[in-house]
Design a protein. Sequence first.
Length: 449
Amino acid sequence: MNKGIEFASKEVLGNEYLRPVIRLIESMQLHRGRSYTLPLSNGDATELEKTVAQIDANVRAVDAVDRKLGTILRTTDQWTAVKGKCRVILSGGSSKSPEDLLDEKTAIIVDMITLMAQAGDQSNLILDPDLDSYYLMETVVNRLIVLAEAMAQVRAHSTASAESPSDSEVERLTLSNFANSIRTTQSVLTRNFNVAFRETRDPKLEAKLEPCLKASLAATTRFLELLDRRTATGAEHKPDECWAAATVAIEANYRLYDETSHALDDLLLARIAGFQRNKAIVAAVTLPCVLTAIYLFVAFYRAVMGTVMQLEEASQRMLRGDLFDSGLLLDSHDELAHVTRAFSALTSRLRSECTALKQSEAMTRLVVDTALDAVITMDSMGQIIGWNAQAEATFGWSCNEVIGRNLGEVIIPRHQRDAHARGLERFIAGASSFVPRAVFIGARAGRFS
């Protein structure tokens, strides 16, 4: 949607650039025709001076828009060249013939039309994606100016013919070619507008443009009828009549341009507004979804982490031995419920086994402590870990004195300690086992030295 907004916004800039250029072309066409002579019905020479002043004002207008948009539309170099040619032509210091000046002015107008095409290319206008705005764009950038220029050339040609009569057959052929070009362009224009009216989503578009379109078509048709009479019947050339009919048609054509240009702007701005509404709708829908997703994630995370923390705490209590005394209580109804239930079952089993082990140890301790024989236990290192009451009576050592000491150092005679140590090592390594047999050792007060 952002790309769509940027695309249409650049089209609006292109349309903005074209407007002062079209005004400059219009005034230059009028100047080209009046450079030979004024219309016979109006001999006021100040009209040409007014046209020059209008051209100068239009040049300044194009200058302003090019300073604003020239970098974006890459038109500055072309406009600078066209502006220089305009200044030379309008300075009035040229010694060229009127015919050469007419050709030069026509070439400048062609350069201006090329400038319009450049603005259309660089502003995305020629790539417009919607049928209604595309056909209005095609009309604004290409067709209306071509139609106006064809009629303006006929107007200038009629004035020049009045001043310098030429071969009538050549003149009729030239006018016939212009008439065919005008008729073809008019047909394309009609089709463009019909497609735009049919495909548009703006119900007011046809009502906006139809009056100017009809006026332009009617004026152009009357001008074509005048040309047809001259080319078909060889009717007398009346420069003032041709000038007047061409001027009416050209002015109607430019009024249609103005209305079409504004209608194109309306369509582009409506498209931009539609994109912006869609963005707002997407944002309005997306934001709650994102917030809901965040809420669910946080809730899930807290639930999972709560269970994990309970499991961690239970593990620590299990390591400390607290769990077997107090039991395990885990409250979980999430995805980790199966894990917590398995952990709870494991803990319950361990607790039961631990209780049974404690009971077994207590029973064993009771049997050992009340035995009539001396019972001594040691670990794999040979250190004493058990010494019952009868052992105290037999060997004379208290339990506290011998626990942790090496058995060999306490009750094994010195000359047998090495053999005892080797036998213990072999036993631990699994190489041999003790054979139950009686071993007699002497003692004095239970202590060996």
